[in-house]
Design a protein around this ligand. Sequence first.
Ligand SMILES: NC(=O)C1=CN([C@@H]2O[C@H](COP(=O)(O)OP(=O)(O)OC[C@H]3O[C@@H](n4cnc5c(N)ncnc54)[C@H](O)[C@@H]3O)[C@@H](O)[C@H]2O)C=CC1
Ligand SMILES: O=C(CO)COP(=O)(O)O
Length: 357
Amino acid sequence: MSGLSTERTSVGVVGGGAWGTALAVHCARMGHQVLLWALEPEVVEGINGPSRENCLYLPGHKCPAGMSASASLQEVASSCNLLLLVVPTPFVEKTLAPVAAAFKPDAILVSCTKGILNDTLETPHEILLRVLPRAAHSQLAYLSGPSFASEVVAGLPTVVTIAAQEERVAARVQSLLSTPRFRCYRTTDVIGVELGGALKNVLAIACGISDGLNLGNNARAALITRGLAEITRLAVAKGANPLTMGGLAGMGDLVLTCTGDLSRNRSVGLRLGRGERLADITASMHGAVAEGVLTSRAAYELSKRLRVEVPIIEGIWRVIHEDEDALTVVENVMSRELKPELDMSMLAAMAPSMAFV
Ligand SMILES: NC(=O)C1=CN([C@@H]2O[C@H](COP(=O)(O)OP(=O)(O)OC[C@H]3O[C@@H](n4cnc5c(N)ncnc54)[C@H](O)[C@@H]3O)[C@@H](O)[C@H]2O)C=CC1
Ligand SMILES: O=C(CO)COP(=O)(O)O
């Protein structure tokens, strides 16, 4: 007997990039009524027109019946029961502030964005808490985990996690989005899920640089493992449950984007490692985002604010924003003071969580 719900509702997707489009296609295939807002008129026209395709950000995939696009953000915000917010971090506030009061009172808003804002060091959750009316706060959820848009839209098995401070909200989103091809877990650790998704992008760039420099498999495994230690330290300092970082939004997404060549962040790193300039790489991406480029600065600033040591993240910040030579950074990171592998303060932080395992 299936444990999956057959309830269907109206879903609004705010953001017509690759991920917003893939999630919209997934929801429409489930039988939800889907309306997607896109900034670019050609995306709206492509999805509604005869090609039924988002040629700009997700070419080659037809959008199913039951999914349409709108150029009116007000229309999408005010008409749907479940809203998926999928604009890159730098545009979250600018996009949502004008429609903050337009959402239905009982609508659930699910942020699917992975980043940290540079100026304020806010996560999407913190931006939404500032921008949305108080009544909407308890209706917020976050979707993260290893999920390349092109694999989701191809119907390949994908497993993600839904975080919400209120478990009933996470459970409702889980129930509305899960299928035999798209399984959702749930958690109340919003901070852990958001920081895992944002920080893995910086480490995907690190692994790309390492592979672009042909530093080998050992180096990539070390970056993933010690990178996980760094993002766990940082997330725990901000209040996350350390066990979340071993889950889908931490380890899961870290492995995916550090090793999978579909990752834009890993690709940016590969090209940097092969000697291309960042400005040329981003100019060639036709508007697609690699959030880790900006998040590397925000993550490094956050580490200083929280007094957490993050040598790999700092190294990526140095390469990207201070134009330091990547091989020199590697040598410096490897020559740091020698230390025990396990961080005792981390073990202490884990102790309360372990009691519930
Ligand atoms: N593509 C993927 O496989 C996945 C992406 N994500 C996350 O989803 C978020 C959105 O990424 P994608 O959909 O991949 O984007 P994308 O890279 O495919 O497209 C860029 C997006 O930025 C928007 N944009 C550009 N300028 C804008 C402006 N001035 N105001 C508002 N929006 C503007 C575009 O309309 C478009 O939606 C990111 O945080 C990303 O990390 C998360 C999981 C998977
Ligand atoms: O977050 C992602 C998959 O989980 C997508 O990663 P990129 O943004 O690096 O392509």
